[in-house]
Design a protein around this ligand. Structure first.
Ligand code: GDP
Length: 194
């Protein structure tokens, strides 16, 4: 998709703030610092539309980005920060639960993981949560530029096995540095919104 317009619409904390209308939505999930903002910014050719690395303690919000007046990327705050308090963790859970349960425009989720490492317990929990809610998942295994070409297959296999990736879901090796995987990622996203 050629992006001609990309706007931040709203940072929402509850359902009443979600944008009205019925534009299809693609959610973006991933551990804090995994490279989620870099992924979005690369896809839409913007340097910094999506925030990078939200720090713990900052208000956690669902950020809606409207792309080409055609669909929304919904950026879900990252998980897995060790320093986050129990109260904050609970607020995060409540917010995403509300979104994934009640948002009816959601078509699929992009779940960003780090290709270098075996997915964490939190990554597995996130993936299982998405599957429990019957949401199609595009796993984007980012930071591809940080591993040797000869190691890619092994790492993809490790991610697939650890998440217990369902047959209907895809995994796309990706790099925000080199833009590898960008076309494939767009094709996968488009298959859910066109
Ligand atoms: P977020 O917290 O998930 O939104 O993560 P960011 O997009 O802010 O990325 C966290 C850090 O990883 C930043 O320093 C990025 O420059 C770096 N990063 C993200 N994606 C890539 C990638 O594909 N390759 C490399 N080498 N670094 C990346």
């Amino acid at each position: 998709m050629k992006v001609t317009k990309a706007e931040m619409i709203i940072s929402a904390v509850s359902q009443k703030q979600y944008p009205s209308g019925d534009l299809p939505e693609i959610a973006l999930a991933g551990r804090s610092n995994v490279g989620k903002s870099s992924f979005v910014n690369k896809l839409i050719n913007r340097k910094a539309l999506a925030r990078t690395s939200s720090k713990p303690g900052k208000t956690q919000t669902l950020n809606f980005y409207r792309i080409n007046d055609f669909f929304h990327f919904v950026d879900v705050p990252g998980y897995g920060y060790a320093k986050v308090s129990k109260t904050e963790r609970e607020a995060w859970g409540k917010m995403i639960e509300e979104y994934f349960l009640e948002g009816d425009n959601l078509k699929a989720a992009v779940h960003v993981v780090d290709i270098r490492h075996r997915p964490s317990v939190d990554d597995v929990t996130m993936y299982e949560f998405l599957k429990f809610h019957e949401i199609p998942v595009i796993v984007v295994a980012t930071k591809l530029d940080k591993i040797k070409k000869s190691q890619v297959g092994k790492h993809v296999k490790q991610v697939k096995e650890t998440l217990q990736l369902h047959d209907e879901d895809v995994i796309i090796p990706f790099s925000s540095e080199t833009a590898q995987g960008k076309d494939t990622a767009w094709k996968a996203i488009e298959s859910f919104i066109l």
